[in-house]
Design a protein around this ligand. Structure first.
Ligand code: F3S
Length: 387
């Protein structure tokens, strides 16, 4: 792999052991995947932030590192809201270890925004190279923005943040971004909301596996694309998809579609994912809510009082810029929490059935929280939480 003179100095240990080891890691990853060079990145998003997933070993490794990030870097959601963990019911023992993880990242210069929607906080442009970890963020960056990132593991993303580069292979290369399969969705689109796109993603991820799908027959907005991609990355390994006439690379019309396998998705395949089981909590914001989603929830909740725990998750930076909206949501008893989510927080394990409006949460809640998951529209979520 080609390395420039600065890289060679880092590898020779001239900038400290941590940077040396981090570059060695990037070079090793690059060699495994056949990268010919490193590429500079605009930002990194680092998974491995929840104490629930990394435990003492991860914390001890992080604490041993001695360097600072050289590009903007954010964390993935952690196991609790940094400020309001007591209010969420997090155990002090867990909170203390989680805070130690956060402190270790802070020492490395990683921003303590813990979110799977870094694109709401940092400008990210078409063609930017990134080193992002969380699968829905990776999908959004590649598909909706047209930026370029592989799905990085936590150490790889952190190494990229500390060096400012990542190995140039996979989805960093134009030739690997072409669609493999066409998914024709039969729909009149009249009442397609975020939940329905999440359900489509849940189904389509299983069909696509690790192929790059090219959708026809749908007309999603950006929040709906976010839901579609997050779910496909959960039930499949889809890190990039295209939507005819909607997503940036599809709009450029560069792809040769004739000859590709075609799969048709009919409405009953999506309808069957919606159920009416009773639940004991409602959770939305998987991926973390956009300002627009918070606005919709506030309008639906205005003047209502919740009768079941109703959790809404969003990035702290998004909450801070929409405080009036958040106050309206919380007035009736719902809670808007930053930094965490219904999947990574241990608090959600206390419920036996959770209603969500997300295809990704529908896929993850059963295994990660030990609860049954029900998907419904945001209107249904609010109705269930306030009935
Ligand atoms: Fe984000 Fe947690 Fe869902 S990390 S995509 S809110 S599972």
């Amino acid at each position: 792999m080609y390395l420039d003179p600065d890289d060679e100095k880092i590898l020779a240990g001239e900038q400290g052991e941590t940077r040396q080891k981090m570059l060695e890691l990037l070079v090793a990853i690059g060699k495994v995947f056949g990268a010919e060079r490193l590429v500079r990145i605009r930002s990194a998003q680092v998974s491995g932030a929840s104490y629930k997933t990394i435990g003492e070993h991860g914390l001890s490794w992080l604490s041993s590192l001695d360097a600072r990030v050289v590009v903007p870097a954010v964390l993935n959601p952690i196991g609790m809201p940094r400020e309001r963990w007591k209010e969420m019911g997090v155990e002090p023992v867990f909170a203390e270890r989680q805070q130690a993880v956060i402190a270790a990242y802070e020492r490395l210069g990683v921003s303590l925004d813990c979110t799977c929607t870094p694109y709401y906080l940092y400008e990210t442009f078409f063609g930017d190279h990134l080193a992002w970890s969380e699968s829905s963020a990776v999908s959004y960056a590649n598909s909706v923005i047209g930026a370029r990132t592989n799905r990085e593991g936590g150490p790889g993303a952190l190494a990229a943040a500390l060096i400012g580069k990542t190995p140039c292979y996979g989805l960093h290369l134009e030739k690997n971004r072409k669609p493999h399969v066409i998914i024709n969705v039969v729909s009149d689109e009249k009442d397609w909301d975020i939940a329905r796109y999440g359900a489509l993603g849940y189904h389509a991820g299983k069909l696509a596996g690790n192929k790059i799908p090219y959708f026809r027959g749908i007309n999603p907005d950006n929040d709906q694309l976010k839901a579609l991609g997050a779910a496909m990355a959960a039930t499949g390994a889809v890190a990039l998809y295209h939507v005819d006439k909607i997503t940036p690379e599809a709009k450029k019309g560069r792809f040769t579609l004739p000859g590709l396998e075609v799969i048709t998705v009919e409405p009953p395949e999506i309808d069957r994912l919606f159920s009416e089981i009773s639940v004991d909590a409602v959770a939305v914001g998987c991926p973390h809510c956009s300002p627009g989603e918070l606005g919709v929830i506030a309008r639906l909740l205005k003047g209502k009082t919740v009768t079941k725990p109703f959790y809404i998750f969003a990035a702290q930076g998004v909450i801070d810029k929409n405080l009036k909206t958040v106050r309206i949501i919380e007035r009736g008893g719902a809670r808007v929490f930053a930094d965490t989510c219904m999947v990574v927080s241990p608090v959600m394990e206390r419920y036996s059935a959770i209603m969500v409006n997300s295809g990704k949460a529908l896929a993850y809640v059963p295994d990660m929280c030990g609860a049954v998951a029900r998907i419904g529209s945001i209107q249904e979520c609010v109705a269930v939480a306030t009935s």
